[in-house]
Every structure is written in structure tokens, then in C-alpha cells.
Design a protein around this ligand. Structure first.
Ligand code: ASP
Length: 325
């Protein structure tokens, strides 16, 4: 297994953003870069004005949801019914409060609704699914949009192609290097996932994490992966914030974000903690092809930051620059 990881040197407030980990095709790299630049600029400006970590992660992820290049918000991949079904979660490290929404079809910015739930749920409700999430959003003054407004031409075309192919493709395969359709032996350029996420340490040293996704392409209606599950696709506490991307069923099985946080609590530095947790997931969960589960993550504490991925590429923005390889 190839594993790429980096320690990111930080000073003061810290922002890390990701735009998905998979075999990102060359022809969409510029779009990913563009989205990451916009997200990075928004996040940096918010941090400079002293915004709290929770606000910054929400704002950054909302920019990515609105950009169109990613599998999140507008431009998400479609399920087997040809419908965009979105998940998002956000967590405040200082208080341990989180909010998450899943399998939503009418929210333009699921991360903003998750954030509102974090406050308005008052600890009685933290996760809302489908219509319940949409009813909550409407009651809180969010506009409910027609699902078509979340569907791009690019994703409609991908859906049409996948309709023929998907029965033979396992979700886990598309995170592998050089993933191929087992039936035809052809490369799988269509089976990507550009889940987005952000972790922040603000000027007061408080941490937050957020993740948003349209999930896996051609997923069964109602399928929910790791992204809106606290501890799996996102996690933050007083010491560490993590956002993950990759094969969601595997990430949930090993509770990846919390695994990384736990290693850091036990004294491991961020970069080796991320490496060890991704290695464990790879060794512990295999797909039908017999190959280990892949994914990626961004991690920060108040003193250090790291990125790591076992997929061919991961799009990310850090103090080390905007990278897509
Ligand atoms: N983890 C996401 C999911 O399984 C997909 C991704 O990260 O690309 O829904």
C-alpha cells in the first residue's frame, strides 16, 4: 500500500481543507484547485478577523458545497434513482457539541443546517435524516430547493454511464490506484468521490471539524456513509480535529477520525497517528477484490497539523499550498 503523509508546519491559527481522496482524473484537477483556492481564501479571511473555529469550518465547507467541482452540495454524485442525496456533519471541539444531517435531497448547504442543529438541537437532537432534516431546516428558515438544482450536467452524464457499469463495480474499488471495471478491464474514471472537509484551530486555540458529501456514486437511495457520523468522517475535541474521506463503510468500521484522535491523546504526533490509523483501516477492512480499504484525512491540534492518504491522490489546501497529488 502506498501511503503519502506530511507534517504541516503551523504557527498560530490553522486551517486545513480537503476536496476528496481517490484517483482524481487529470482533467478535473484545475477545477479542484480552483475550489480549494476559494475555500482557502474564505477560511483565511475568517480566521484573520478572529472568527471562531466552528464558524470557519462551516463557511469553508459551504464554499466547497457551492463550487460545483466536488461531490458535495451542488454537483454531487447521484444515487441509483438519479437523485442527489447529501450528508454533512460539524463538531465543536471546545464543547463536544455536533450536528449532522444525512440523506437530504433539498438542502443546498447541508453543512449550514448541521451547524444550526448543533445549536438549536440543544443536545436533545444531534443527527437528523432525510425529510426530518429538511423539515428542521425549513422551520429554521432555510430555503428548501428542488433536487434538480443540486444536479449538474456533469453528474447527470456520469449517472447515465454508470447505469450500465455500476452493477459490476464495488464502491471500495474506486479508491484504489488504477481502478478498473472487473468485467471489462477498463479504467473507472467515473467512480470518484470528492467529499470535502475542513479542520481549524482558531486564534483562541479552539478546534472544529466539518465534512460534507454526496456520498458514493450510484449508491442505493438512503445509503449513508461515514461523512455525517461523528468519530468516523469528522471529529473534534479540546485537543484535536479530524476530517476524513475515502471508502465510507470502512471508515465507519474503524471509526477513523476518532482512531486518529485517540492515538494523539495517547502521545503520538499527528502525522504518525494519521499514518497508523489509515494503515490499520487498510489491514482490517478489505473489499471483495481482496485489497485493503483506502482513504485520507486532515488533522490538526493547537501545535501541529498533518495530512495523510492511501489513495492515489487527495486534493487539499494547507499552509504548504494547494495540492491535488
Ligand atoms: N466517505 C464518503 C462516503 O463514503 C466518500 C468519500 O469520502 O469520497 O460517503
Amino acid at each position: 500500500m502506498d501511503l503519502v503523509s506530511d507534517t504541516i508546519a503551523i504557527s498560530g491559527a490553522t486551517l486545513l481543507v480537503h476536496g476528496g481522496a481517490w484517483d482524481i482524473p487529470d482533467d478535473v484537477l484545475d477545477d479542484h484547485r480552483d475550489g480549494l483556492v476559494q475555500a482557502w481564501d474564505t477560511g483565511q479571511a475568517a480566521l484573520e478577523t478572529g472568527d471562531p473555529a466552528l464558524d470557519v469550518v462551516t463557511e469553508v465547507v459551504a464554499v466547497l458545497e457551492g463550487h460545483g467541482a466536488f461531490d458535495a452540495g451542488c454537483g454531487s454524485m447521484l444515487n441509483q434513482d438519479g437523485v442527489a442525496e447529501l450528508d454533512a456533519g460539524v463538531m465543536d471541539g471546545q464543547t463536544g457539541a455536533y450536528g449532522s444531517v444525512m440523506a437530504t435531497k433539498r438542502l443546498r448547504h447541508p453543512v449550514q443546517v448541521a451547524r444550526r442543529l448543533l445549536d438549536a438541537g440543544e443536545g436533545q437532537v444531534r443527527m437528523l435524516a432525510g425529510e426530518g432534516a429538511e423539515r428542521f431546516a425549513a422551520a429554521e428558515g432555510f430555503e428548501l430547493v428542488d433536487n434538480n438544482t443540486l444536479v449538474s450536467d456533469r453528474e447527470r452524464e456520469r449517472y447515465e454511464r454508470l447505469r450500465d457499469q455500476a452493477a459490476t463495480v464495488h464502491t471500495s474499488d474506486s479508491f484504489l490506484p488504477g481502478a478498473v471495471d472487473p468485467k471489462t478491464g477498463e479504467r473507472l474514471p467515473d467512480a470518484g468521490h470528492d467529499t470535502v472537509g475542513c479542520v481549524v484551530c482558531d486564534t483562541d486555540g479552539h478546534l472544529a471539524a466539518a465534512t460534507s458529501t454526496g456520498g458514493t456514486p450510484f449508491k442505493p437511495p438512503g445509503r449513508v456513509g461515514d461523512s455525517p457520523l461523528p468519530g468516523a468522517g469528522f471529529y473534534a475535541d479540546e485537543d484535536v480535529a479530524v476530517s476524513c474521506t475515502g471508502w465510507g463503510e470502512a471508515i465507519a468500521a474503524v471509526v477513523l477520525a476518532h482512531d486518529i484522535a485517540g492515538r494523539i491523546h495517547r502521545g503520538t504526533a499527528a502525522e504518525p497517528a494519521a499514518r497508523a490509523a489509515l494503515t490499520r483501516m487498510h489491514d482490517r477492512v478489505t473489499g471483495p477484490s481482496g485489497r485493503g480499504a483506502r482513504g485520507g484525512c486532515i488533522v490538526c491540534t493547537s501545535t501541529e497539523a498533518a495530512i495523510a492518504y492511501t489513495t492515489p491522490r487527495m486534493a487539499r489546501a494547507t499552509d504548504d499550498g494547494i495540492r491535488v497529488g
